[in-house]
Design a protein around this ligand. Structure first.
Ligand code: NDP
Length: 262
């Protein structure tokens, strides 16, 4: 199905994990896609995605905490792909520390990437959406931790609650311009980030061996009794970016097999 033929989609953190799965979904459905990440390896990912889907895929090195990088990302997408119809603010980082060990730098870095980075990208995407006059879709990646802060991650939980508040505020400001703004809350999704979570939380919460904590949480806390995959998240993002979601804005939606039901 070529649901997104003629559309241009920007995805930060699009070179791996959840972001890559989202990019793959849009490229498979006919969109031109710009994927951004902080390292040069984004170009390899862009080549791979273009080869596997046949779509136009642009790789851009961009640190989402740096406003000049962000400006350059959207300017490139506009110039080389022809506009910005959808922007998915997905890049994110996590660290796990007991409160007395959490450094000010860890706090600042997490807020910079997860919250300010989302804001800078939304701000820039909006300029191009306004210029086109065709509206647009902004989709921000929050987390289950925007609903329920987990142990040893106050900085990460704060950064993701921030994404939800920002989403609501922007949705109200943009509602009359056909630009919708929604957030998503993935639960446990098998990516590099979750490998880190499993390892570090696992050690801190009871000397679990690698893989054991994830198994335990999945069995005991996820009604569907399986971890999520990037494609589970991509399905929700594609829906929110589609015409079927034109009347949905300011919402934060869980995609987690039932882990959190509020
Ligand atoms: P990964 O750790 O697998 O990937 C993180 C991505 O973010 C990479 O592409 C990385 O780029 C990019 N990135 C990090 N910092 C920056 C930066 N400053 N500028 C640009 N890009 C950056 O994460 P996931 O795929 O697991 O997570 C994606 C999103 O989903 C995150 O926002 C995360 O918080 C959220 N999430 C994930 C969950 C999970 O279970 N996996 C659960 C809930 C939310 P590079 O490769 O170049 O380093």
């Amino acid at each position: 199905m070529e649901r997104f033929a003629g559309k241009t989609v920007v995805i930060t953190g699009g070179n791996r994990g959840i972001g890559y799965a989202i990019a793959e979904r849009f490229a498979t459905e006919g969109a031109s896609v710009a994927i951004a990440s902080i390292e040069e390896h984004v170009h390899e990912a862009a080549k791979k995605l273009s080869a596997s889907t046949g779509s136009n895929v642009l790789g851009v090195v961009c640190d989402v905490t740096n406003s000049s990088d962000v400006k350059q990302l959207y300017a490139k997408a506009d110039k080389e792909l022809g506009g910005v119809d959808v922007s998915v603010q997905n890049a994110g980082i996590i660290t796990i520390e007991k409160v007395e060990d959490l450094t000010e730098k860890q706090w600042d870095d997490t807020m910079e990437v997860n919250t300010k980075g989302v804001f800078l990208c939304c701000q820039e995407a909006i300029r191009y959406m306004r210029k086109s006059g065709n509206g647009g879709k902004l989709i921000n990646t929050a987390s289950g931790q925007a609903r329920d802060g987990f142990i040893y991650t106050p900085h990460y939980a704060a950064s993701k609650f921030g994404v939800m508040g920002m989403t609501q505020s922007l949705a109200k400001e943009l509602a009359l311009e056909s630009i919708t703004v929604n957030a998503i809350c993935p639960g446990i999704i098998t990516t590099d980030m979750w490998d880190y979570n499993d390892r570090v939380w696992g050690k801190m919460l009871g000397d679990y061996k690698p893989g054991e904590l994830m198994k335990d949480w999945v069995q005991n806390n996820i009604p569907m009794k399986r971890a999520g995959e990037g494609k589970d998240v991509a399905g929700l993002v594609a829906f929110l970016a589609s015409e079927d979601a034109d009347y949905i804005t300011g919402q934060t939606i869980n995609v987690d097999g039932g882990l959190i039901m509020s």
